[in-house]
Ligand binder design. Structure first.
Ligand code: FES
Length: 112
């Protein structure tokens, strides 16, 4: 397993079509279960300081609760202003019922 692969949570901790924040090695990540597929991104909105896990998940789009900017979860692409910088995504791996991420690789739009 690559050095920078870390466990985020168990798959059962994230109900379908919800998002939760987890503290992992000094950073806060948002873990999503979208229709049974798992995605992990940075939790902090790229516009200002807001937790995306407090936002509204609508299909594959997470809307920030602070100024209602939005991102496409699988790719991190901006979907609504005032956000202008893409959200960092992470490559997800599923092992033994757990959600892991490779902190050195982005998701490239691929779920796990
Ligand atoms: S902090 Fe998220 S849209 Fe402003």
């Amino acid at each position: 397993m690559p050095d920078n692969v870390v466990r985020v949570c168990s798959q059962a901790e994230i109900a379908p079509d919800t998002v939760k924040a987890f503290e992992i090695g000094g950073r806060t990540l948002a873990a999503f279960n979208i229709g049974g597929k798992f995605y992990v991104t940075d939790d902090e909105c790229t516009h200002a300081s807001a937790s995306l896990a407090d936002g509204m998940l609508d299909g594959e789009v997470i809307e920030c609760s602070l100024h209602f900017g939005a991102f496409h979860v699988p790719t991190g692409a901006v979907k609504a202003p005032p956000c202008s910088f893409a959200l960092r995504t992470y490559k997800v791996l599923l092992r033994d019922g757990d959600v892991l991420v490779d902190l050195d690789r982005d998701a490239a739009g691929e779920p796990a």
